[in-house]
Write a protein that binds this ligand. Structure first.
Ligand SMILES: Cc1cc2nc3c(=O)[nH]c(=O)nc-3n(C[C@H](O)[C@H](O)[C@H](O)COP(=O)(O)OP(=O)(O)OC[C@H]3O[C@@H](n4cnc5c(N)ncnc54)[C@H](O)[C@@H]3O)c2cc1C
Length: 237
């Protein structure tokens, strides 16, 4: 694994426990990644080397001018070695990154009825995939199911709702497990909402990313509903 230096050039709080970190890779370096892949971050914490994987949330760059930047969406796990450290850093700090890695990648061009399904920070690889899909003006109909606790926890709500308003072929299904009063969308576990929105699952494909229980239950459900196991792609964290 070859690590390179990266400066954290921007930190944005997206929701109360989740930040966007924009990294600029050291001069002249870039990662040639596909939407959905991850990088490995490495830090030294009092003499201990700590390495963790993070999905890239930015779309693969269109040109070399933007190739030195990558965005990560990271949830703070209190007591967690890497995230305690990352959340103590300020803009201008340096860390090390290696990559890209992973086979959880967008299969292009996307197919009619493609399903993307996330919980929490599992939205990160889908931000990369969907930003690319919208940039490429894809005309196919596709779905993003996103499960979070309440409205405050919808990461990148503005961007997601804007896509939903602007693109008739995009269907955004937000499912809240502990909704605020007045919420009139889906309630419960996101994996239980699939059949309310899609009639047929045969010959479709799905991408699942998030907590293990959602990923496992969704996979099982999709296969029972007729999806081929090899058409269900997953990443869990
Ligand atoms: C391929 C891949 C991609 C990933 N992409 C992302 C990403 O884009 N964004 C992101 O935020 N994370 C992502 N992760 C998870 C990330 O790698 C770390 O596991 C996470 O940030 C916790 O690291 P830590 O060192 O802070 O906690 P650790 O010191 O590893 O763990 C501390 C404690 O918290 C528990 N724990 C670990 N993770 C969580 C969690 N998510 N929620 C609750 N408890 C937890 C552990 O079981 C342990 O008990 C990804 C993981 C993989 C494998």
């Amino acid at each position: 694994m070859k690590f390179i230096d990266a400066e954290i050039v921007e930190i944005k709080e997206l929701i109360h426990n989740t930040n966007s970190f924009l990294l600029r890779l050291e001069d002249g370096k870039h990662f040639s990644y596909q939407a959905g892949q991850f990088v490995m971050l490495r830090v030294d914490i009092v003499g201990e080397e700590v390495k963790r994987a993070y999905s890239i949330a930015s779309p693969p760059p269109r040109d070399m001018k933007h190739a030195e930047y990558i965005e990560l969406i990271i949830k703070h796990v209190p007591g967690g070695k890497m995230t305690d450290h990352l959340f103590s850093l300020k803009e201008g700090a340096h860390i090390e990154a290696a990559g890209p890695y992973g086979r959880f990648i967008l299969r292009e061009p996307i197919k009619e009825g493609d399903i993307f399904m996330a919980t929490g920070s599992g939205i990160a690889p889908f931000m990369s995939m969907l930003r690319k899909v919208f940039r490429d003006h894809n005309p196919k109909e596709f779905y993003l199911f996103f499960g979070v606790r309440n409205m405050e926890e919808i990461i990148y709500a503005d961007e997601l709702f804007q896509w939903d308003r602007q693109h008739e072929n995009f269907h955004l299904i937000i499912c809240l497990s502990q909704p605020e009063k007045g919420w009139d969308g889906e309630v419960g576990y996101v994996q239980d909402t699939l059949t309310d929105h899609i009639d047929s699952f045969e010959n479709k494909q799905a991408y699942l990313c998030g907590i293990p229980i959602m990923v496992e239950q969704s996979r099982q459900r999709l296969i029972e509903l007729g999806m081929k196991p090899e058409n269900v792609y997953q990443e869990q964290f």
